[in-house]
Structure formats: C-alpha cells, structure tokens
Ligand binder design. Structure first.
Ligand code: CP
Ligand code: NVA
Length: 310
C-alpha cells in the first residue's frame, strides 16, 4: 500500500477514504491468511517499540502477538520504567528510539504528545489511544461490522455515553466508510467540538448523516449497531461517582435496545463495567459481538504494521 509506507497512523482525519478502505481490505486479507495458517512474515528483522503511559490488555497483547506473527519483534516500554516518566523530552525520546526500532506505538494522555512524537520520529508512529482518539479500536470495530453485516455503506452506528476518545474516532471514521452515525451524550459530555466540525465536513463530502443528541432513544431508533464505552476513562478516576449520577439515563439495557433494529449488533471496546454503561443481558446476549471485535484488534493492527513498516 504505497500511500501508507513510512506513514503514521494517528487519526482517521489524516487519511483519505480510499486509503482507509485499502487498509481495511489488507486486514481482511491478513485475517484470511491467519485463519488458513499461511505463514506471512514481511516484518522479519523489524522491531516495534510500544510506549505505554496507561494500562492495557488488548492493545499491548494484540500488537505484541501481531509483531511476532509477522516475523518481527515488539518491545514493551512502560512510561514509568523509562526516562519518559522522569521527564526526558518527547523530541529526544523520538529521535533516540528511531535509531533502534522500525516503528513506534504509543498510548498516552494528551494527543499533542503523539503528534510531537510523530513529528520527531523518523519511523512510523501508531496511536494506541490518547485522550482524544483511539483509531486502532475503531478500525477493528469497522472490520467486525463489515464481517457481520456484509456491507458498510448506508448502515447506521449509534454511540451512547461519554463523548470521549471512542466517540471522537467514530466521528471522523464513520463518514469515510459510508456509515451514518448517531451519538447521544449527556449535556456537558459532548464530543470534542473541533472533531465534530471536521466530521461534519467529511459527512457532507461522503453523503452520510451525523446526528448529535442528548436523547438515547432518538439515537438508537432503527440503528444497525449500538456502541458504548466506560463512563469514566483512564485518567478520569476521580470523576467516577459524579459521572455515575449523570450517566444513568445512558445505560444500554434491554429497554433501550428495543428501539434498535431486531438484528442490531452490540459493540464495546472493552474493558466493560457491567451494570454501569451496559447491562449483562445486553453485553452477554445474542446481539453482542464484543469478543469477535476484540479479536479483530489483532488483524487490523497487523494491517497497520504491514502497511506502514513493511
Ligand atoms: N480496547 C482497548 O484498547 O483495550 P485495552 O485498554 O485493554 O488495550
Ligand atoms: N475510553 C476508554 C477506552 C479504553 C480502551 C479510556 O480511554 O479509558
């Protein structure tokens, strides 16, 4: 994929709809190879440095396994055990690590940190989650949606809950894949206004619909997919109680999902808090595809690694 070689994967906004569709097609191909047991090791001899300043289960394990399966190697670098945690500047970290590794993945707080890392690194940088975006997750979600529905164009995705990194990444991704997007958040917890503006431009360009509301029933009505995420993200632990009170009407439960299409899918990036943003009967019920979704992190990330680093 010529347009991906040596490039970063930080935000859907940086890539055209066609390039993103190519990346999804590569993920489908790599998943097929994986399922057939066909060895494919285009990253032999290459190393991915993975910087984590927040906790992770899926992102860490799927990237590390992906590098191994592609013939390469992954290094887990915890922020607190490297000089990053003692304040070594990002531009220095970027230039030093670029002398050792062939690609970098970073999970951190401020999105500006990732942009700065990418600016100074001479190897591709992949966003493994910031406070603003989580593009690897949304790419896995879109692969899952395509597998389950056989198409993307014209489907409606509904996001219920906090206007956080997941919701922001959905905003910029949905129009580029031909998806309509409904988002219901409590007042005061809307998506990032600059991301909303970007997304509205893409929606106009690609002829898709974006509905932003405070009414979860309006957002869910006739939808093909319901998505939710935790009410307090990593870094917001001190707001947990306040958010519990303000988000109760946004729980995805048996009553709310009645308004969706009967064959709606339920997705969640995980980890989930059963009894808060989603009830057990929904996340463990027949419409839920959360574990296929989690598996797809591996396949889409292999595509990102191959496209940018091979
Ligand atoms: N969904 C996701 O990114 O999970 P982790 O925090 O476990 O990596
Ligand atoms: N919004 C969540 C996503 C975790 C994968 C967080 O940032 O903690």
């Amino acid at each position: 994929l010529k347009n991906w070689q040596g490039h970063d994967f930080l935000d859907f906004a940086d890539h055209s709809a066609l390039d993103l569709q190519d990346l999804l097609a590569l993920a489908i191909d790599l998943k097929d190879k994986h399922q057939k047991g066909t060895p494919f090791r285009p990253l032999a001899g290459k190393t991915l440095g993975m910087i984590f300043e927040k906790a992770s289960t899926r992102t860490r394990v799927s990237f590390e396994v992906a590098m191994f399966q592609l013939g390469g190697h992954a290094l887990f670098l915890s922020g607190s055990d490297t000089q990053i945690g003692r304040g070594e500047p990002i531009p220095d970290t970027a230039r030093v690590l670029s002398r050792y590794v062939d690609g970098l993945m970073i999970r951190t707080f401020g999105h500006a940190n990732v942009i700065e890392l990418a600016r100074y690194a001479t190897v591709p940088v992949i966003n493994g989650l910031t406070d603003l975006h989580h593009p690897c997750q949304v790419l896995a979600d879109i692969l899952t949606l395509w597998e389950k529905k056989g198409t993307l164009k014209g489907l409606t995705v509904t996001y219920i809950g906090d206007g956080n990194n997941m919701a922001n990444s959905w905003l910029v991704a949905a129009p580029k894949f031909g998806l309509n997007l409904h988002i219901a958040t409590p007042a005061g917890y809307e998506c990032d206004p600059a991301v909303v503006e970007q997304a509205q431009g893409y929606a106009k360009l690609h002829g898709t619909e974006i509905v932003l509301t405070h009414d979860p029933v309006v957002a869910v009505t006739n939808t093909d997919m319901i998505y939710t995420d935790v009410w307090a993200s990593m870094g917001q632990e001190s707001e947990q109680q306040e958010r519990l009170d303000k988000f109760t009407a946004y729980q995805v439960n048996a009553e709310l999902v009645k308004h969706a299409k009967p064959d709606y899918l339920f997705m969640h990036c995980l980890p989930a808090h059963r009894g808060e943003e989603v009830t057990s009967d929904v996340i463990d019920g027949p419409n839920s595809v959360v574990f296929d979704e989690a598996e797809n992190r591996l396949h889409v990330q292999k595509a990102i690694l191959v496209a940018t680093m091979a």
